[in-house]
Design a protein around this ligand. Structure first.
Ligand code: SOE
Length: 379
């Protein structure tokens, strides 16, 4: 077994999800490379040390440059806020470290393109943490589409709805609420939530050619948790767009943090000539499937409980009928990444795939600003 020494940057929500995946992966997905939790890096040394103790990291750094300079680190995992992805990724690529980067890849496509070129030039393994591809029911959807079971695809419909920023007293900036500060997040729900929907869509249904979008910022000013002062809110609270895919299908995408009652309602539906698929994150182990070829008497929507050993990833977990959850999508992502490193066939989404998503979110924001249909750049 070969060790792969991980240097994690950031110890928030995603730092936990990634650490859990690094720890579990070899218990369930055997392979030749063993991730080792070598160091965690965060600006607050006390919190970083607490995190290290809880998750089993061997050491702590408070400066990411020092982490990257360490000879005993093989892979840099960027789980820090969006505004630092670029600088860290460029430095890590220069140092020849493998890189895993949280989504969205960058603050804007200029940064994303430079990051993509840097990892490709350095020939280092790279991946973006778009984890939802690896929920077994979503992976099964991909399998069914690739087998041609849907036939020609006419429609793609996706939503990601939350409600956690309706209260105008929720601050912007600082731990937990940096997603509301445009200087840290880049954009609001477009980069945070729609980016997930877009990544899945590009994977399942191919490229998007053009979009027309609208965005809204419902709460115009919020206190900044670092300065204590009220500041203009520059992120999009809600974002919706129409899209034309290269395969001729039409799409609608919507996301908001103002859908009262919805916490993380990510859904997509795909309608093809021969069948349709529907998936819902709140019921993540089920894939709804309609097959027009079914006999008339029993034709109808089928709810597939994706827990059988024949279905994606499931033979590595429990016995048929026993479900897994959100955190397992990260375990699968690490398993596939390591498999890609072992086999020399890189697992997706790579930085170039992340760039493709950033090109779509950029076109969405530009279209919302101009009020015009906007073409999407090809990655
Ligand atoms: C925002 O609340 C958030 O945590 C996103 O940042 C994640 O990417 C998404 O998976 C869940 O919601």
């Amino acid at each position: 077994m070969k060790s792969l020494n991980i240097g994690l940057i950031g110890y928030g929500f995603m730092g936990r999800a990634h650490s859990n995946a690094f720890r579990k992966v070899r218990n369930f997905f055997p392979g030749k490379i063993q991730p080792v939790l070598k160091a965690v890096c965060g600006r607050d040394g006390v919190k970083a040390a607490e995190f290290a103790a809880n998750w089993g990291y061997e050491s702590v750094e408070t400066d990411w440059r020092a982490l990257i300079a360490r000879k005993d680190i093989d892979l840099i995992d960027i789980a820090a806020p969006n505004n630092v992805h670029y600088e860290i990724a460029l430095a890590a690529a220069k140092a020849g470290k493998m890189i895993l980067c949280e989504k969205p890849l960058a603050m804007n496509p200029v940064e994303a393109l430079a990051m993509t070129k840097a990892v490709e030039k350095a020939k280092i393994a790279n991946m973006v943490w778009y984890n939802y591809r690896r929920i077994p029911a979503v992976t099964l959807a991909k399998q069914l589409i690739d087998e041609g079971r849907l036939g020609k695809i006419f429609h793609y419909r996706a939503k990601f709805l939350q409600d956690w920023t309706i209260n105008a007293e929720v601050p912007q900036g600082g731990p937990g609420t940096w997603r509301l500060d445009a200087s840290i997040a880049g954009s609001g729900v477009t980069g945070d939530l729609l980016a997930h929907c877009i990544d899945t869509a590009l994977w399942l249904n191919g490229g998007i050619d053009s979009v027309t979008a609208m965005t809204e910022t419902f709460v115009k000013e919020r206190k900044h948790s670092l300065t204590g002062k009220k500041q203009k809110v520059l992120i999009d609270d809600a974002s919706a767009f129409l899209a034309r895919f290269s395969n001729g299908s039409l799409a609608t995408f919507e996301s908001t943090r103002y859908a009262r009652g919805h916490k993380a309602l990510y859904t997509f539906e795909i309608n093809g000539e021969n069948g349709s698929i529907f998936w819902d994150l709140h019921d993540l182990h089920r894939l709804q499937w309609f097959d027009h070829k079914d006999g008339g008497l029993t034709r109808g929507w089928r709810s597939i409980h994706v827990t059988d050993g024949d279905q994606p990833y499931m033979k590595n977990w429990w016995v048929p009928g026993l479900a897994i959850g959100y955190e397992h999508s990260f375990v699968h992502q690490v398993a596939d990444f390591l498999q890609g490193v072992e086999s020399g066939r890189p697992a997706a989404p790579t930085f170039r795939d992340g760039l493709a998503t950033d090109y779509v979110t950029d076109a969405v924001l530009k279209s919302a600003a101009s009020g015009r249909w906007t073409n999407v750049k090809k990655a």
